[in-house]
Design a protein around this ligand. Structure first.
Ligand code: ADP
Ligand code: MG
Length: 328
């Protein structure tokens, strides 16, 4: 199969139609209608085999995840997802792999109503570059720089499960099969929180998505906003599969230092607690208050049941073989 046929068969034929796509796959450029008065929000991510994913990963999961991590960036900006471009470098045109990859990719694209509008296909070591494009009125974009002292800090969903699955893959930790299934699903099928991002327009003062672990990612907001944060550790929504599988100390390390959750962390001014609780119900997604923005140098002050504590986040790198499952 030549490049043209491959693109036709796997990509062009399945590209969703959207009224704002003037011209899609097949010409030198796509032509897109950006709504008047809105900014184009663009984010690009590359996934390289053996660096960002295990080479033997299920291609369906890979197609999902490659798109999900890009849509997650649009969500974190409060942008309406619209268009996707896909640059694929493949060692060979493997039908089983391509069919699986496009299946995972298109299922998520359909779910979020985004149209594949172009890309590139080349031969070489497996690598996937996706650029997600959305739109947002400039004044409503959820930047990292707007957090103010007194704002409440929230996170969506739960933390730590994807990181535990990664650790299990690397160190073969003895984890109960139900918990492992939950964690692996979180690692392979992250859910971009696009509806949440849109709903936070005009409410959140800052937001980002959690790709590298809460403690490091929150610091991006603190530095961009010139503020500090107080976080109550007992309020962290640590995934139940993680709580069941490792010690409380390890669970904290995974939740704070482990990556791949793709939940949103955001700040809202005081007085919005009810609105956020109602939003959580409407979206059927836990939204948990974990702390407060304060004045001061960008830093996180950790509290445990109201008492300030020292915490060294070494994430999952220092997670040693055989320690999981210990209860003390
Ligand atoms: P060009 O030589 O102009 O870059 P290509 O032959 O690379 O054109 O691509 C032809 C058309 O197919 C273009 O519209 C391009 O955007 C699209 N395309 C190529 N690869 C992909 C892909 N992996 N997914 C979606 N569209 C693709
Ligand atoms: Mg090309």
């Amino acid at each position: 199969m030549g490049e043209f046929e491959l693109i036709q068969h796997y990509f062009a034929a399945q590209a969703a139609a959207r009224a704002d796509v003037e011209l899609g796959i097949g010409d030198d450029c796509a032509l897109l209608n950006v709504p008047v008065g809105e900014c184009l929000a663009v984010s690009t991510d590359t996934l390289v085999s053996d660096v960002h994913f295990f080479a033997d990963v299920d291609p369906v999961a890979l197609g999902h995840k490659a798109l999900a991590v890009n849509l997650s960036d649009l969500a974190a900006m409060g942008a309406q997802p619209r268009w996707i471009s896909l640059a694929l470098t493949l060692p060979k045109a493997d039908d089983v792999w391509l069919t699986g990859f496009t299946q995972g990719f298109h299922a998520l694209a359909v779910k979020h109503n985004v149209a594949l509008i172009g890309g590139d296909t080349t031969r070489g070591p497996l690598s996937i570059t996706i650029s997600a494009k959305g739109t947002v009125p400039a004044a409503q974009a959820l930047r990292r720089s707007g957090a103010k002292a007194g704002d409440a800090i929230y996170v969506s969903g739960s933390l730590g499960a994807a990181a535990l699955a990664v650790q299990q893959r690397i160190h073969n930790l003895p984890i109960n099969s139900d918990a492992l299934r939950d964690c692996s699903f979180r690692m392979d099928y992250p859910q971009p929180r696009c509806e949440l991002g849109l709903a936070l327009r005009g409410i959140a003062t800052s937001a980002l998505d959690l790709s590298d672990g809460l403690s490091g990612d929150l610091m991006h907001i603190l530095r961009a906003s010139g503020v500090a944060a107080e976080i109550e550790l007992t309020n962290l929504p640590i995934a139940s599969a993680v709580q069941r599988s490792v010690t409380p100390e390890q669970a904290l390390q995974l939740a704070l230092g482990g990556g791949d959750d793709y939940e949103l962390c955001f700040t809202v001014p005081a007085g919005h607690e009810t609105a956020i609780s109602e939003l959580a119900v409407a979206l059927d997604l836990p939204l948990t208050r974990i702390g407060t923005i304060t004045t001061g140098e960008p830093q996180i002050i950790w509290y445990h049941q109201g008492k300030a504590v020292e915490l060294h986040i070494n994430g999952w790198e220092h997670f040693h073989h055989g320690e999981a499952g210990k209860t003390s």
